[in-house]
Design a protein around this ligand. Structure first.
Ligand code: MEV
Length: 426
């Protein structure tokens, strides 16, 4: 990657943007051609899910300006909501002044759960399983030879007692599995299914559910950034006012679940856009994120915003990131493959770190707008264009109709129709 900074990108044609994206990543436009059609054929889709009758598309935009651990990355983002790509790109530009985003990750450990029922004594059953831990782990380790070859495999076994439930006490066995570059659901589910007869035999109980947990709290990715105070100032807003406003906005999310849900939704605007662009399971990421946000027993913000001793704004984000770059749609979907190629991603951990950096940038974009001029101003012109198109405008008319609605501060389809009629008639 030469650079993730492409001045004037917004004003170029679609074909120019594609060509420039390719050349900045030292690729050819053909490498990125899946994005000109969406990448998937109905025939390929027919092999992915059931009852296929067609395809469903989303816009694919490029998140610009991202520097992550000193490396520039152009980030593909699939999302239907205006302002998301622009917001992330703008905040990534501000973050560059503080060195960009700094990221780290835990090992890619997923948790598989086995529910053990019909036990006379859950305490003794728990210890019996732990007495066989080494042999259970050795058996689980042999289950996926491909993962093992790449350095993955079974890492630990834990047994939890659920003391109270609608059916009384039972045991839950957690198999901790290093899934390397896979999302890991298949490997973990297979391992749990294969281990469960032995666990039933050891305990004399019945193993009921065998499935991974989406609360992937052993597979955590973290991102932080420093936004120099000077970068925060704009129009009549001083850097201090913007910074303190962002910290106050964070305090709201940190202490109120009603606000935290919306705050975290803003993070997920960025996270999901990259998760979807790379063919990953965004429901798994959503489930993990919100469960993790509740880990203290009270739902709260996934990110934090503070100031450092020099008065700069500092942000952090830490969340589970169960994504893969091998298997499933990540490999089958040509557009997902182009996404991985564009970012020069070699491991699932690298991808996880890009995703969390984008989530942090997206969160900042929302908080900066909310803490200053409000969210509607930025949203309005893009929203106005969508309304103009939906009302029948095309070509140059889109911008004209949108501009008039923004000037009138009235973005409504009936008004768009009136303006279109008027402009067409003279
Ligand atoms: C809208 O999609 C996301 C925001 O509501 C996030 C937030 O409020 O922080 C703007």
């Amino acid at each position: 990657m030469r650079s993730s900074r492409i001045p004037g990108f917004y004003n170029k044609s679609l074909a120019e943007r594609l060509a420039q994206t390719a050349s900045s990543a030292e690729l050819t436009p053909e490498d990125l051609s899946p994005w000109t059609t969406g990448g998937l054929t109905p025939e390929a889709a027919d092999h992915m899910i059931e009852n296929v009758i067609g395809l469903h598309s989303l816009p694919l935009g490029i998140g610009l300006n991202f520097m992550i651990n000193g490396r520039d990355v152009l980030v593909p983002m699939a999302v239907e909501e205006p302002s998301v790509v622009a917001g992330a790109s703008f905040m990534a530009k501000l973050a560059r002044g503080g060195g960009g985003f700094f990221t780290t990750s835990s090992q890619p450990l997923m948790i598989g759960q086995m529910q053990v029922l019909d036990l006379d004594d859950v305490y003794s059953a728990r210890l019996k399983i732990l007495e066989h831990k080494d042999e259970l782990l050795a058996a689980a380790d042999e289950i996926d030879p491909v993962l093992k070859k790449f350095g993955g495999g079974a890492r630990d076994l834990e047994v939890r007692i659920i003391h109270e439930s609608p059916i009384g006490p039972f045991l839950v066995v957690h198999l901790i599995y290093d899934v390397r570059d896979a999302m890991g659901a298949n490997a973990v589910n297979t391992a749990c299914e294969k281990l469960s007869p032995t666990i039933a035999q050891i305990t004399g109980g019945r193993v009921h559910l065998r499935i991974l947990s989406n609360l992937a709290d052993r597979r955590i990715t973290r991102a932080r950034c420093i936004i120099p105070l000077a970068e925060l100032a704009f129009d009549d807003f001083s850097g201090e006012r913007v910074r303190d406003g962002i910290i106050e906005a964070y305090a709201f999310a940190a202490s109120d679940p009603y606000r935290a849900a919306t705050h975290n939704k803003g993070i997920m605007n960025g996270v999901d856009a990259v998760v979807i662009a790379t063919g990953n399971d965004w429901r798994a990421i959503e489930a993990g994120a919100h469960a993790y946000a509740s880990r203290s027993g009270r739902y709260t913000s996934l990110s934090s915003w503070q100031k450092d001793k020099d008065g700069n704004l500092t942000g952090t984000l830490e969340m589970p990131m169960a994504i893969g770059i091998v298997g499933g749609a990540t490999k089958v979907h040509p557009a997902a493959r182009a996404a991985i190629q564009l970012m020069g991603i070699k491991t699932a951990t690298e991808l996880a770190e890009v995703i969390v950096a984008v989530g942090l940038a997206q969160n900042l974009a929302a908080l900066r707008a909310l803490a200053t001029e409000g969210i509607q101003r930025g949203h309005m012109s893009l929203h106005a264009r969508q309304v103009a198109i939906a009302a029948g405008a095309s070509g140059e008319l889109v911008e004209k109709v949108a501009a008039q609605m923004v000037a009138e501060k009235t973005v409504r389809s009936d008004r768009a129709e009136e303006i279109i009629k008027k402009m067409k008639s003279g």
